[in-house]
Design a protein around this ligand. Structure first.
Ligand code: OSB
Ligand code: MG
Length: 380
């Protein structure tokens, strides 16, 4: 394939109010600050990526502000001097930069979008995806009351979503699971703790949760604690699923070797992009461990990348990729992402991410913008 001839990178910070506040064990989000990147080549063709870092370093260590600096000051110069000839090379070229995977993942994803557009194929086909429809579930934040939670679950079940996940935290866990299970004995149902528990204090709560026929318990313990997750998994029949703990393919291999989980949530940004995500999917598939695609309250750009990722063969469980309209009054892509009454999204047919970025809308919510040159500076 001919060189991508990357020329310019545009960073934008958007401010977008969420339709409804989203609460987890680590905090409450009412509006998103979102970092969007656009890579352009020498012919003016463009690819987009979304950095999934949040405003605060609570889910992981990165933030919108740190990612901006890492991209502008470190990723761009490294890429500019590496003369990459394909998207598959980007992950390796960025390896000297430690951590900061959400920053790297945004750029990597934008380059995959550009490369797919140049090849005239949908991104999902370009990365080796196989499914023409992806299975969708929802993630429901902590609600003000059990009644409100049951109403929210009812709405999503009636919309056709194939799996319901609820957020839990210490003190708001077993009673939520019990209430949802009592009303819906048969749905695919899981809980996500976002690392709020410890093996020392909460083993009895975990054993109680084990009695509600949950599809999985997601990330109960601290991100670095694979050993304790393995100890916990041995004492439960419910599969543990790791989210925060899996930042790269090596983490996934360690988790599988230790028996720290039986399911993996793959988030494109958390692992630094498609190359790493594909390695994790392959490792898990070979170990007969199901994976699914997680979400980070993305705009349509991040959602479109998540759809592409979810078409890979190993994504055998419904993920957290849901309709734009659950989060945004008006998305930044056209058309917005919609979900069928059977809880599926069809893989798009247009090249690249397969959705048009609405530039007017993007401009109207941009609070900061910067352009940096990606073309190698030729020494004379
Ligand atoms: O743990 O999966 C998570 C949102 C922000 C941070 C972490 C998580 C989430 C979600 C939302 O669960 C999933 C979505 O985007 O719909
Ligand atoms: Mg999670």
């Amino acid at each position: 394939m001919s060189s991508l001839q990357l020329e310019c990178l545009e960073l934008r910070e958007l401010r977008l109010p969420l339709k409804h506040a989203f609460e987890t064990s680590f905090g409450r989000t009412t509006a998103r600050r979102v970092l969007i990147v656009k890579v352009t080549n020498s012919d003016g063709a463009a690819g987009h990526g979304e950095c999934v870092a949040m405003e605060d370093p609570y889910f992981n260590a990165e933030t919108v502000s740190t990612a901006w600096i890492i991209i502008a000051k470190h990723i761009v110069p490294l890429l500019a001097s590496s003369n990459v000839s394909g998207a598959a090379e980007v992950n390796g070229r960025l390896a000297p930069i430690r951590g900061n995977r959400m920053a790297k993942g945004a750029i990597e994803a934008a380059i995959w979008d550009l490369e797919a557009k140049l090849a005239g194929v949908p991104l999902w086909k370009h990365i080796g995806g196989e499914r023409t429809k992806i299975m969708c579930g929802v993630s429901i934040g902590i609600q003000p009351s059990i009644e409100a939670l049951l109403d929210a679950v009812a709405r999503e079940v009636e919309s056709g979503y194939q799996r319901i996940k609820i957020k839990i935290k210490p003190g708001l866990d077993v009673k939520l699971a019990a209430a949802v299970r009592a009303k819906y004995p048969d749905i695919l149902f899981s809980v996500d703790a976002n690392a709020a528990y410890s093996l020392d204090h909460d083993l009895s709560t975990m054993k109680e949760l084990d009695g509600y026929n949950l599809l999985m318990i997601e990330q109960p313990l601290a991100p670095g604690d694979l050993v304790d997750h393995a100890k916990l998994q041995k004492q439960l029949k419910t599969p543990l699923c790791l989210d925060e703990s899996i930042t790269c393919a090596a983490d996934a291999r360690h988790a599988l070797e230790l028996g720290a989980c039986r399911i993996i949530n793959i988030k494109l940004g958390r692992v630094g992009g498609f190359s790493e995500a594909k390695q994790i999917e392959k490792l898990a598939r070979e170990a007969a461990i199901p994976v699914w695609c997680g979400g980070m309250l993305e705009t349509g750009i991040g959602r479109a990348h998540n759809i592409a990722l979810s078409t890979l063969a190993g994504f055998t469980l419904p993920g957290d990729v849901s309709a734009s309209g659950r989060y945004w009054e008006e998305d930044i892509i056209d058309p917005p992402i919609t979900v069928s009454s059977r809880g599926t999204i069809s893989a798009p047919i247009s090249p690249g991410i397969g959705y048009e970025v609405n530039v007017g809308r993007l401009d109207s919510c941009t609070s900061r913008r910067e352009e940096v040159m990606l073309s190698a500076r030729i020494k004379v």
